[in-house]
Design a binder for this molecule. Structure first.
Ligand SMILES: Cc1cc2nc3c(=O)[nH]c(=O)nc-3n(C[C@H](O)[C@H](O)[C@H](O)COP(=O)(O)O)c2cc1C
Length: 381
């Protein structure tokens, strides 16, 4: 090994702690039980050691009563705290004699207390104890583990916080579709495990995606419970803005350049959209959504780009509309007039007419919502 000459003075205790505090960690409670008494200490000095055999290490100050008990029992559990558990961390960072009062626990295989609500538990048997400065390092074999979905409590520069990993893009996409297209009871909690099973993704990814969707306003979170929010108007308008951008691009390239067979098909699809509404309301929202999306997708498909068509389908407009269009939703005559004008524009090769109509058409949801809000407030006053 190369000899290193240490010339400068090392950091002071304060400097070391300050700089070390920039290494973000999770927070655990190390628990053990000695002669029928449960003991526990908050600890962040926990590290994986080896996976063959599964083992980890923890570092506890020699003055810790929990450490002194572990020396005698040779067993402990690492309880990985969930993000809402800062009060538990604070309690176990104290020297209070009754730390377990009000804390729900189960018993592990070796009798150690396992704190309820944690995202992970490791039950350990000490293999070796090493003294390092002020601390005892317990190297231990892991004899049993358990985990559940959830985010960890984080610790950084002396403060507790949240640690949220970026959700996998594909999982987020799938969960967003599920949430937006979930026409079921909005009061029903969204269960990460059930969603994961349905979408064939990992539970953790489903959970992370639900967390991410709360910031999009699609999901509401109360403690550990997620519920679907009505699709916010802004999200709906955002979808239609993206839809319009694609359709305008496709129309600018194709009006005046499509053959008679394609024009005939476009007219057939237009006619199929002229049903599904009675007296200004959607009589069959699902039928309308299907026919309308077939018409619009065909229009985009005329550009002949598979990538553009897939991008358009990737917006999953039908799923969003299933949540936002109800039988009570206003179905204005303008929707049908727009479709007719779009097809006329294609038939005449009038690109201006098509672009103008597509733009007006994309604003219809905004108009009908504004109208509905005005009617509702008139009814109240
Ligand atoms: C976030 C956090 C992390 C901590 N990590 C450790 C640690 O890794 N090792 C340690 O000895 N003490 C750690 N402590 C301090 C102990 O929890 C504290 O000294 C506790 O009072 C020990 O309790 P006991 O004497 O009942 O065992 C930590 C405290 C906090 C708040």
């Amino acid at each position: 090994m190369t000899e290193v000459e240490i010339t400068a003075d090392g950091p002071s205790k304060g400097e070391f702690r300050d700089v070390m505090g920039r290494f973000a960690s999770g927070v655990t409670v190390i628990t053990t039980t000695l002669d029928g008494e449960d003991l526990g200490a908050a600890a962040s000095a926990v590290s994986s050691l080896s996976d063959e055999p599964p083992s980890l290490l923890i570092c506890l100050n020699v003055t810790s009563t929990t450490a002194q008990a572990i020396v005698k029992t040779g067993t402990f559990a690492v309880n990985v705290l969930a993000e809402d558990s800062a009060p538990i961390a604070q309690r176990f960072a104290s020297k209070a004699p009754d730390k377990f009062q009000t804390i729900a626990v189960e018993r592990g295989q070796t009798g150690v207390p396992l704190i309820a609500g944690c995202i992970a538990h490791f039950e350990c048997v000490v293999d070796e104890t090493v003294r390092g400065g002020t601390h005892l390092v317990f190297l231990a074999r892991v004899v049993r583990v358990s985990s559940k979905p959830g985010n960890p409590l984080a610790y950084f520069r002396g403060s507790f916080g949240r640690m949220e990993t970026a959700p996998d893009a594909a999982a987020l996409h799938a969960v967003r579709d599920y949430v937006v297209g979930a026409v079921t009871d909005e009061a029903q909690p969204l269960d990460a495990e059930a969603i994961a099973a349905e979408l064939d993704i990992e539970v953790g990814r489903a959970y992370q995606s639900l967390v991410a969707l709360t910031t999009e306003g699609l999901v509401r979170r109360t403690g550990a419970t997620f519920q679907v929010e009505p699709v916010p108007d802004q999200v709906i308008f955002d979808y239609y803005a993206a839809k319009l951008a694609i359709e305008i691009g496709a129309a600018a390239q194709t009006v005046g350049a499509v053959g008679p067979d394609q024009l005939a098909e476009l007219r057939t699809l237009l006619e199929a959209t002229l049903e599904f509404s009675v007296d200004g309301q959607f009589s069959d929202p699902e039928g309308w959504i299907r026919a309308n999306s077939a018409f619009h997708e065909y229009l985009v498909g005329l550009a002949g780009s598979v990538i553009l068509t897939e991008t358009y389908k990737g917006l999953r407009l039908p799923a969003m509309e299933q949540r936002s269009i109800r039988e009570s939703t206003r179905a204005t005559a303008a929707l049908h007039d727009d479709h007719r004008a779009i097809v006329e524009g294609y038939e005449k090769g009038d690109v201006e007419l098509v672009l103008r109509t597509l733009t007006a058409h994309a604003k219809r949801p905004q108009e009908t919502r504004a109208e509905a809000a005005a009617t509702a407030s008139a009814a109240v006053s």
